[in-house]
Design a protein around this ligand. Structure first.
Ligand code: ADP
Ligand code: MG
Length: 616
């Protein structure tokens, strides 16, 4: 048989390698940022266009490359960072594989200008699909500028796989955050389609966090510090009360490299146990320094995972360090001692003398005398108590009407008919009786037996269909707010909000202003109360960050689901009879009453037969 094994040509091998190294524009951004950092840059500019699909450019003021190095840097396994296998265990650089530039050059149009400080002239190189098509000497400042255009130009399948520009931008921003947070000593600028997204001056860690996530972040941060023989831990955790619905602000760095480690993440979150709600995530920015020989970063091609020699010890140290910081923070009362105490008291009152409370005594009052109109005290008291009695019911009414959004009027008259005019009831009309079981289920009867309904899921379904209907027929009723609400958000969150702003409009959210770090809301959907707005938007942003939604249909669907989830009554809430009945009626008027919007069963039925069997 003839020999059939052949060595792949370099450009094919590079394309294959690129499949691993470059998944999307954000991977290019990561590799190039890391190269600039390895080149000891002090100032790095990131410029992208169209979510990085048409351009990713990085300009640095690092050590640059000679003409020969510039050519060599695009060869596979060409690296200045390691020379022998042992070096792998003592890495102080981000890169070491020598694969990135070769891979990128295989699948894009690449242009490089580079000049080391001591040399006079710079080198200009153009490479397309691994082939150098142009090289010349030129004038340029010290450092390297690398632009990557038309990513995946020669692999249409990969190109088509890319998401919308907005989504790709979000991935790039995530990478940018990770690198910028790890290197506060380097200045960064980030431009998207010609406008500046971030301008981060050289600073310390705390300031860098604040510059990225907004001024309001500062008050949330609690410092963490621990120095042991195994590891040095520093950084910040967010105060538990600022835990978010999304994992957005969880950053873990090992030797200035962003790392994902579910195991150590668990150490951190377990330290927060009992301090944050189960479905919210505490924010953290933790920096670990360990001996480079005690870790192996070689286990994942994109290098966000790392293997530690002694993970168990690290786990224990990390957990207790975070706990300690939380404890310290909790022990210190949550008072701001720097705050001007005078602000606590309204100015008018400050200099006034204390007023004696006035006590008026009815001198003629005699408790043994019979109640008569003469004595003012008692009739008034009586009247008050009747008022209170009535109020009890008024309050109940309005709660049903406003909070749950049920049409209480109609239902209430139903019940009254049921209870007062029992005898005259129309026998064809089934009068459902409901009761709530363990603040979780609504139990009611049907012809064949009984139904047990999960109250929360049922309400989710009702609200979900209602929202979808409103969105589709564009009939969302928005309640105008008397005083607009201004809510702070990070730039990334604002990005997500901008993306879904239109859909939010279809359900009744009106934004009068979307700023750089805050939004002004002048209208909210009918069913939403002012105090719920922040919670809902927070939840929406995190849901949208988790999913990469493309078309507008799935956008409205997610929107309706999130709103339904957030606004639905929860397990543990007491529902009065009217609300129970309304919920049952609304549920069975739904198009799909069996499963919740999240595909969970809503109710079960137990037939008379089933019950009979139990009694045998
Ligand atoms: P690695 O970073 O793993 O070494 P790369 O393919 O990313 O591999 O880069 C190859 C080499 O090119 C690097 O080792 C470095 O010597 C050089 N290089 C890449 N980018 C820069 C830059 N921005 N400034 C100076 N040298 C660079
Ligand atoms: Mg590299």
């Amino acid at each position: 048989m003839a020999d059939i094994i052949k060595l792949l040509p370099d450009h094919v091998a590079n394309q294959i390698a690129a499949g691993e190294v470059v998944q999307r524009p954000a991977s290019v951004v990561k590799e190039l940022l890391e190269n600039a950092i390895d080149a000891k840059a002090k100032c790095i500019k990131l410029i992208i266009k169209d979510g990085g699909k048409s351009l990713v450019q990085i300009v640095d003021d690092g050590i640059g490359m000679s003409a020969t190095d510039a050519r060599l840097s695009f060869e596979r396994h060409a690296t200045s960072k390691i020379q022998k296998a042992e070096d792998l265990f003592n890495l102080s650089t981000k890169g070491f594989r020598g694969e990135a530039l070769a891979s990128i050059a295989a699948i894009a149009h690449v242009e490089m200008q580079t000049k080391p400080e001591q040399e006079e002239m710079a080198t200009h190189l153009k490479i397309e699909g691994s082939e150098v098509i142009h090289q010349e000497i030129c004038v340029a400042p010290k450092g390297t500028s690398l632009s990557v255009k038309n990513l995946f130009f020669n692999i249409p399948a990969r190109r088509n796989f890319l998401k919308s520009n907005q989504v790709e931008l979000r991935h790039i921003t995530d990478e940018f955050h990770r690198v910028a947070l790890a290197h506060p000593g380097i200045a960064f600028n980030f431009y998207n389609n010609g406008s500046e997204l971030f301008n981060l001056p050289q600073t310390n860690r705390r300031q860098r966090i604040v510059h990225i996530f907004g001024n309001r972040t500062n008050e949330k941060l609690v410092p963490v510090a621990e120095d042991t023989q195994v590891v040095k831990i520093s950084g910040y955790i967010n105060k538990p009360e600022f835990a978010k619905k999304s994992r957005g602000e969880q950053f873990f760095f090992v030797n200035d490299r962003f790392i994902k480690s579910p195991y150590l993440h668990h150490a951190i979150t377990s330290a927060f146990e009992g301090l944050v709600k189960p479905d919210s995530y505490p924010g953290y920015f933790l920096y670990l320094e360990v001996d480079p020989s005690s870790i192996d970063i070689n286990i994942h091609p994109t290098k966000t995972e790392v293997k530690f020699d002694d993970e168990h010890t690290l786990y224990a140290i990390l957990r207790s360090t975070v706990k300690h910081s939380l404890g310290q923070f909790n022990v210190v009362p949550a008072l701001d001692f720097e705050q001007n105490q005078n602000l606590e008291t309204p100015y008018d009152y400050k200099n006034k003398s204390i007023l004696q409370p006035k006590v008026t005594v009815d001198k003629e009052f005699n408790p043994f005398q019979e109640v008569s109109q003469k004595h003012v005290g008692i009739p008034v008291l009586k009247k008050q108590s009747t008022e209170g009695w009535e109020n009890l019911y008024v309050g109940l009414d309005s709660k049903v009407g406003n909070d749950e959004g049920f049409s209480s009027m109609q239902i209430e008259s139903d019940t009254i008919t049921g209870s007062i005019f029992e005898g005259q009831q129309d026998p064809t009309e089934t009068l459902a009786t409901t009761f709530q079981l363990r603040r979780k289920y609504i139990v009611t009867t049907i012809k064949s037996g009984m139904v047990v309904i999960d109250q929360s899921r049922a309400h989710q379904r009702v609200l979900y269909e209602q929202f979808l209907r409103n969105i589709t027929i564009n009939e969302a009723i928005s309640q105008q707010l008397l005083f607009p609400i201004t809510l702070p958000f990070s730039k990334t969150e604002i990005g997500v909000l901008t993306e879904i702003k239109e859909s939010l409009g279809t359900i009744g959210f009106v934004f009068s202003e979307v700023g750089i770090e805050e939004v002004k809301i002048t209208g909210v959907p009918m069913m939403v109360t002012e105090s719920e707005v922040a919670l809902i938007l927070d939840q929406l942003i995190s849901d949208f960050q988790l999913e990469t939604i493309e078309d507008s249909f799935s956008q409205t669907d997610i929107l309706a689901k999130t709103l339904a989830k957030t606004l639905a009554v929860k397990t543990g809430e007491v529902l009065n009879n009217a609300s129970q009945l309304a919920l049952v009626n609304d549920l069975f008027a739904c198009k799909e009453s069996m499963v919740s919007p999240f595909s969970k069963p809503i109710y079960i039925t137990i037939s008379e037969n089933d019950i009979d069997k139990k009694f045998i």
